[in-house]
Design a protein around this ligand. Structure first.
Ligand SMILES: [Zn+2]
Length: 329
């Protein structure tokens, strides 16, 4: 952790070497920056207090240099300084920031810059919170919130009545949420009453949000094929109609390829051919509130005990290791 003594040392004796250097001409910087960003980052300007887009932001993430994208500050060390500028107690790395003495405006201050491309960020002061005691006072215009790698993915599936599929996937490890809804039809914002006619073309579907580190798409699809009947066209048991069709709405070519592969793999377990439809995902419309969490809220209802509970038993019997700990117990 850097303290004020380190800052003074770097300012007086020279800065640690950066991991890389990015150098561009003024013209080149002008091309990739907005006039406001250019003014602050390349001409050492200062945005007006309280006007920057990152003043009030506290969501997790990394702030990088607006010019070269080098990570400079982590949102976890961002604090409310009351100054009207984003404030941090530490840079992400010792060599991320370059320090220089700034005697402009009759003051002696320490300027902080991106060590990779020399973009002006702001200044650092010794009046920050413990333990570092540092306050990096930075312009929003000098920074960008960097995209962190997306670990969450979504999957939209139809396997008959969504009360059933929701109940199954709520129990799978790595599944963050399951939302019932409608997809694959001709009209926007359909209601349950409209889709049950079968005339809107929508299927009852669920949208699963899952953590890719904990469960893979192929395993989710294996569970899908095992817990509904993918061989009956437009029908699941007593539920008949196109709204009950078996369907996977893929969102890209990779999902499409994995879905086709798992479908092939699962074919051997069925006497009849799999008729699951593979369709390009277009839109998902959330179902009415009374469908939410249906099985958990109505476990003793006849439909639940007759149709859904056996599916849950099958899931538990065949997919140990892929279920949430409280379900496996
Ligand atoms: Zn930079």
């Amino acid at each position: 952790m850097l303290t004020w003594i380190d800052v003074i040392k770097f300012t007086n004796n020279g800065n640690p070497a950066p991991d890389r250097r990015v150098e561009k001409s003024e013209e080149e910087w002008r091309e990739i920056l907005t006039p406001g960003q250019f003014q602050v980052a390349r001409l050492k300007g200062t945005e007006r207090a309280g006007t920057g887009e990152f003043c009030e932001r506290h969501e997790p993430g990394l702030y990088g240099c607006v010019c070269c994208g080098t990570p400079l500050f982590d949102s976890r060390v961002k604090f409310e300084s009351g100054t009207g500028w984003p404030s941090f107690t530490q840079p992400v790395k010792q060599n991320a920031i370059k320090y220089e003495k700034d005697t402009s405006y009759g003051m002696v201050r320490v300027e902080v810059m991106c060590n990779v491309c020399d973009a002006h960020q702001g200044h650092v002061f010794p009046d920050g919170p413990e333990p570092s005691g540092l306050r990096y006072c930075v312009n929003s215009a000098s920074m960008q919130l960097l995209e962190t790698e997306r670990k969450e993915a979504t999957l939209v599936l139809g396997g008959g009545c969504f009360w059933c599929t929701e109940a199954v996937f709520q129990r799978v490890k790595g599944v963050k949420s399951v939302v019932s809804g409608y997809a694959g039809g001709m009209i926007k914002n359909p209601t349950y009453r409209e889709i049950t006619t079968g005339r809107t073309g929508h299927a009852e579907v669920i949208k699963i949000t899952y953590d890719k580190d904990q469960v893979g798409l192929a395993d989710l699809l294996r569970i899908f094929f095992t817990t509904h009947d993918p061989t009956t066209l437009n029908r699941q048991g007593y539920d008949v109609g196109t709204q009950y069709r078996s369907v996977i709405f893929y969102q890209d070519e990779q999902e499409q390829a994995i879905a086709a592969q798992v479908m092939d793999e699962m074919a051997q377990y069925f006497d009849d051919p799999i008729v699951t439809e593979l369709s390009q995902f277009m839109a998902f419309y959330e179902a009415e509130d009374y469908h939410k969490d249906y099985y958990n809220q109505n476990e003793n209802a006849p439909y639940c005990t007759a149709i859904i509970s056996p599916k849950i038993q099958k899931l538990k019997a065949q997919f140990t290791g892929l279920l949430k700990p409280e379900v496996e117990r």
